[in-house]
Write a protein of this length. Sequence first.
Length: 278
Amino acid sequence: MYYFTPKPILLMQSSLCLNCQANLSQKNNFCANCGQKVNIHRISLHEILHDLLHYFTHADTGIFFVLKQLIKQPGIVVKEYISGKRKKYISPVTLLLISAGILYVAFHVFNLSEINTSNLAKPETFAFKTEHQKQLYTVTYERAIKLNNFFANYSKLGTMVAVPLIALLFWLFFIKARLNFAEHVVALMFFTALTTLTYSFVFAPISYFLGSKKAYLILPGIYMLFETSYKAWGYYQLLGYNSKKNAFKTFSYSLLVSIFWAVISAGLGFLYVGGFFG
């Protein structure tokens, strides 16, 4: 069958671009008007696998290349991207969506929602003095379970909402850095994508194997320290700092942002569990 052949089948040859209908030059491999390749192959399994492999492993622009650079020099990646070197890197929006999707899968594969709620005592474990106390605790317990399931099922939404809000805080802290708000958003999309993937591939499996109580007590603090340090390091490189004083400043600002976001998230969660949102 044609779609298993290792030799790609060209679509009908034409003097016009198949994408925009512009006249093609026989000397060029790409359309001068829209940039599409002149030789377009019929879609096949070979073509799909080739594109997928190229997307992840291309030496200069693949996802693995970008992740390697984000591990080694996150601030340089952002600096180059906002200065115009866009072809070299995958879009930060695309990378963030991929990382959020992987986080969603990790939540369910490693049963993180069950780990986070297993520390809550079920209503039947208590001997309540009155029926009102039992009903009140039951409602609170059910809200806590519902809140945790919401974060598990809509982790992508939480990730996307957090980025512009955190970027706003960094923009205010580094307002003299001559970076506009949108450029801070780009920086945080790159940084958040890497920390989210780290959580999915490192912290989520560790949480699963450690069990509920150990994971609940230890890992959130370690992850917060990692995330804070990574973003501080990224901004240290992005802003071209080279002194211990500036290193301390970027870490302090990053820590304040992490604490602020943790307090806001926890506060909204407690308000919801307490019934303030209906």
